[in-house]
Design a protein around this ligand. Structure first.
Ligand code: FAD
Length: 459
């Protein structure tokens, strides 16, 4: 007698229902199919479904529910917390759903839920258009947008979620729901910051802006609190066309940095100026004023290129453990903590990145979208990134100690997209005044908490 609990039999049923690929243990492609970006999460799902359309996603969600399998959703696979995979469960992998359709007249683009920012930027750049997205091109548009989305155009055009204008979502019931400002507006509100709690976004539509070339790159300085203080002033009095992310790291082995700085603590302004070329020199002068420049790589480049500059340093397969906090100001106390931990980075690949999230991000009200921290000016992300699993404990301990030291200088909640699984106790404060409303939306669209592998808003 066959039973529906035999994994092979149930997988065969699923194979009959989807047009994409269903991979189970024992299949030659199983090890590749189960791999996620962060090597720390070496999980063994029962089934991985490489969906090719909304129908496949519906079949996969219904299958997981019917067989009581925990469900993980994966787009770009960059979840540092490892939410895109699960032991003994079902993974819906969207990496074959990456099409992007641009409407240059309306200045909008609709992308499938598994597209990366590389896919998206390439498609929109052809029309001289862009929107705020991640600074590494292999990050997925799905996870990044649903959690908020910080990038080089944020000060000028808002977070990625502020540019989201519509989405098609497969809900826990296996139905496809379209949402925007008018249709299912509660779901549309929750998607803009509430993460993957509400369903699988099979497509996301964005507002675009005229951005073609930018002046950008890295200016490097010795690690020094005075540089951070000068950078703080740069953010306070620069136009919104100028974005600069303060990075603390060990000096990379790059030709633009003299050898004596390789492996030594440095800080860098990772800058993107999307204003007129005639003002590039002024930007350079401001960056010169931040401190003694020890190395520089700055030039005019197409907007998609600035979001690939770190791709090579951050391939899939490294180990990561990160934290994310917000603050209204970059206080001297916070700078002291950053410089202390910047001086003891546990590995060459580790870093701190302080993103400015003022300007257009502040022109959206704290309750207008689920993203609650509209008063935050800085987003502090930091953590260990390493290559040898033997170094895991050291990197994780360093990141936790750094987080403990920084908390008194930051706000209560932080950025869900940079937090790890051990930050679930912060979910309520991450959403502040919006948490209760998010729970109401969760109860409506996912009362059984089928989508729970995320910074979870329990129904
Ligand atoms: P995945 O692992 O595929 O997905 C993570 C989770 O998001 C899923 O488990 C699911 O809950 C949800 N999800 C993803 N896609 C969908 C979908 N289509 N529908 C429903 N739920 C979905 N963040 C920034 O804001 N700015 C940055 O510049 C930035 N840079 C980064 C660079 C690197 C190298 C990394 C590793 C992360 C970076 N992040 C950045 C953080 C990033 O926003 C999160 O890691 C995000 O979750 C990645 O999304 P993903 O689709 O690639 O990940």
């Amino acid at each position: 007698m066959t039973t529906t609990t035999n994994p092979q039999t149930t997988a065969d049923t699923l194979r009959g229902a989807v047009r994409g690929t269903v991979v189970t243990r024992g299949d030659p492609s199983y090890d590749e199919a189960r791999r996620v970006y962060n090597a720390l999460h070496d999980r063994r799902p029962a089934v991985v479904v490489h969906a090719v359309d909304a129908g496949d996603v519906i079949a996969a969600v219904l299958h997981a529910r019917e067989h009581g399998l925990p469900l993980a959703v994966r787009g770009g696979s960059h979840s540092v917390a490892g939410f895109g995979t699960v032991d003994d469960g079902l993974v819906v992998d969207l990496s074959r759903m990456r099409g992007v359709r641009v409407d240059p007249e309306a200045r909008t683009a609709r992308a499938e839920g598994g597209a990366t920012w590389g896919d998206f930027n390439h498609a929109t750049h052809a029309f001289g258009l862009a929107t705020t997205g991640g600074v590494v091109s292999s990050t997925g548009i799905g996870g990044l947008t649903l959690g908020g989305g910080m990038g080089h155009l944020a000060r000028r055009y808002g977070l990625s979620c502020d540019n989201l204008i519509a989405a098609d979502v497969v809900t826990a019931e296996g139905t496809l729901v379209s949402c925007d400002a008018d249709r299912n507006a509660d779901l549309f509100w929750a998607l803009r910051g509430g993460g993957g709690n509400f369903g699988v976004a099979v497509s996301l539509a964005y507002r675009l802006h005229p951005v073609t070339d930018v002046f950008g790159g890295l200016s490097c300085y010795p690690l020094d609190g005075d540089v951070a203080r000068a950078w703080r002033e740069l953010i306070a009095d620069s136009p919104e066309e100028l974005n600069s992310i303060l990075v603390l790291a060990l000096g990379p082995e790059e030709p633009f940095l003299p050898e004596r700085w390789h492996g030594r603590p440095i800080c860098a302004a990772f800058t993107c100026f999307s204003g007129p070329e005639a003002e590039d020199e002024k930007v350079l002068a401001r960056l010169d004023g931040l401190g003694p420049v020890i190395g520089r790589f700055m030039e005019r480049m197409p907007y998609p290129v600035i979001n690939t500059l770190f791709d090579e340093q951050l391939p899939a397969g490294l180990y990561h453990y990160w934290k994310g906090n917000f603050s209204r100001e970059l206080s001297d106390g916070a700078i002291a903590v950053h410089t202390e931990y910047g001086a003891t980075m546990p590995s060459l690949e580790s870093d701190t990145a302080i993103f400015p999230i003022d300007g257009a991000c502040h022109r959206v009200g704290p309750e207008e979208t689920a993203f609650a921290y509209r008063d935050a000016v800085f987003s502090h992300s930091f953590g260990g990134t390493w290559t040898d699993p033997a170094d895991s404990d050291r990197n994780i301990a360093w990141t936790r100690a750094y987080d403990t030291a920084l908390r008194p200088h930051t706000q209560e909640g932080g950025y869900v997209n940079f937090m790890d699984t051990d930050d679930q106790n912060r979910v309520r404060v991450n959403y502040r005044q919006n948490y209760d409303r998010l729970r109401t939306v969760k109860r409506r669209y996912d009362p059984d908490n089928v989508f729970r592998l995320n910074q979870n808003i329990a129904p």
